[in-house]
Design a protein. Structure first.
Length: 160
């Protein structure tokens, strides 16, 4: 069974977001070994300096990369990444196993994004949209799209 991991910064603060992620996680159990790994979020003042932001990205990035298992296909979720349709994401996931990856890891940064080190370490840079979303909502959206990808690959009726 393929393993899908979302490694992300911080905990979901809102109950409705936790519930949504839990629902998609439950649905995916029949398709993959799915998990979400949360790393610690750095605290910053309300008006952080560029140096404070850079330091935060570095620390969060190190924690994120430490959670990525060796040999996994890594996907950095970032605005400068390439956008894919749901069908293209489904193809990426299905082809990963064929290409020798037993694990696919999606990495979501905190409110300031991802460090350059994380982006360089990733095999793929993926953007959900040119629009900006809160990183917590992005997690729910990514869970839904991964579930949709498995539905597409299995010929399920969820995707229309």
């Amino acid at each position: 069974m393929e393993k899908i991991i979302i490694v992300c910064v911080g905990k979901l603060k809102e109950g409705y977001l936790r519930d949504a992620c839990a629902e998609y996680s439950k649905r995916m159990k029949r398709f993959a070994d799915f998990s979400v790994i949360e790393t610690e979020e750095e605290k910053l003042p309300d008006q952080p300096s560029k140096a404070q932001i850079a330091n935060t990205l570095k620390k969060e990035g190190e924690r994120l990369l430490a959670k990525v298992p060796g040999g996994a296909l890594t996907v950095a979720m970032c605005i400068e990444g390439k956008q894919k349709s749901s069908e293209q994401l489904a193809e990426l996931i299905s082809s990963s196993a064929v290409n020798g990856y037993g694990t696919v890891v999606f990495i979501i940064g905190g409110s300031w994004g991802l460090s350059d080190e994380v982006k360089r370490a990733a095999d793929i840079r993926l953007s959900m949209s040119e629009m900006t979303f809160p990183h917590q909502l992005a997690r729910v959206m990514l869970c839904e799209q991964i579930y949709r990808a498995f539905q597409i690959n299995s010929g399920g009726k969820y995707h229309k």
